[in-house]
Design a protein around this ligand. Structure first.
Ligand SMILES: O=C(O)CNC(=O)[C@H](CS)NC(=O)CCC(=O)C(=O)O
Length: 276
């Protein structure tokens, strides 16, 4: 299976974002991809609550989800919509940061709500409080497809190794980490975290990312790190898109997963221990 990872620079306008993303799905399919992956918050990058309340929709009304389901059918591809920011019925009005896996018939075969919230003080001038706007999920998800078992996750989840161990031990061969990483933490941690998860689990790690300058949010500029990456089950970097929007093609071969796990079978070497 040929996978295409899309690196996007998403604005706070879902309509123009969908048009661009659908174009890139067409381009990826034209280059032979059967599985196309988009980053976290493919529909809208914004942390302005008032703007989000105006433009975001419930899952059933969301134009990005509907448009990308149509694109999956039109091009006959599997689609990982890395995530969409969506309205929920939560009484506190928080959104969901939800990932979708869509089959070539346009059916939603899996959904995953981001579990770990990015509530972090990167520096005095750069803070994030994702849990103020988003309601965290509680359910880990592995989806079955004809080409691989796929473990879902989103962005900041990458820092919680046991989630990926659980996904791999539940059968995942490919781990998805759609992201909108911060430039500072990205430069320090992105590649080693992705490679570590691949090495620990013997899985492919596919991380489609947001890149570049986005709409200013509450008067503060917002930038993301880019460096969309694909990692082999042995931990090698198969693709790194740098900082420009674009797409990367990689071949997924289940035999590589088996080979890597045969060489180092750590995934099946858990031992019980007490303490600490
Ligand atoms: O709010 C949105 O627009 C969409 N969500 C995000 O961009 C989230 C929360 S701010 N970003 C991350 O999780 C980055 C993690 C990261 O950078 C790290 O772990 O170092």
């Amino acid at each position: 299976m040929k996978a295409a990872l899309l690196q996007l620079n998403v604005s706070d306008d879902p309509v123009t974002n969908l048009a661009r993303t659908a174009d890139m799905v067409a381009q990826a399919a034209g280059q032979g991809a059967g599985f196309v992956l988009t980053p976290e918050v493919t529909n809208c990058v914004s942390q302005d609550r008032a703007h989000q309340k105006r433009v975001l929709q419930h899952e059933t009304e969301d134009i990005t989800l509907a448009g990308l389901r149509e694109a999956a059918i039109r091009h006959g591809v599997w689609l990982s919509v890395g995530s969409l920011a969506l309205k929920t019925d939560d009484p506190d009005g928080r959104f969901a940061n939800r990932s979708f896996l869509i089959d070539p018939a346009g059916r939603i075969v899996a959904r995953y709500d981001k579990i770990h919230m990015f509530d972090v003080t990167v520096s005095e001038t750069e803070t994030y409080r994702e849990s103020a706007g988003y309601r965290p999920g509680t359910q880990a998800v592995v989806a079955d497809t004809p080409f691989a078992k796929i473990g879902l996750s989103i962005c900041y989840d990458i820092r919680f190794a046991y989630l990926y161990r659980a996904l791999a031990q539940a059968g995942a061969q490919v781990l998805l980490v759609p992201s909108a990483f911060s430039p500072v933490t990205g430069a320090a941690h992105w590649e080693p975290l992705l490679r570590a998860r691949a090495i620990e689990t013997g899985c492919y790690v596919l991380a489609a990312a947001q890149t570049g300058q986005h709409a200013a949010q509450a008067g503060r500029p917002r930038q993301t790190y880019g460096h969309t990456m694909a990692i082999s089950p042995w931990g090698e970097v198969l693709a790194d898109l740098g900082t420009e929007p674009g797409l990367a093609l990689v071949d997924l071969d289940p035999a590589e997963v088996a080979q890597s796990r045969k060489r180092i079978a750590a995934l099946s070497h858990d031992r019980p221990f007490e303490g600490p």
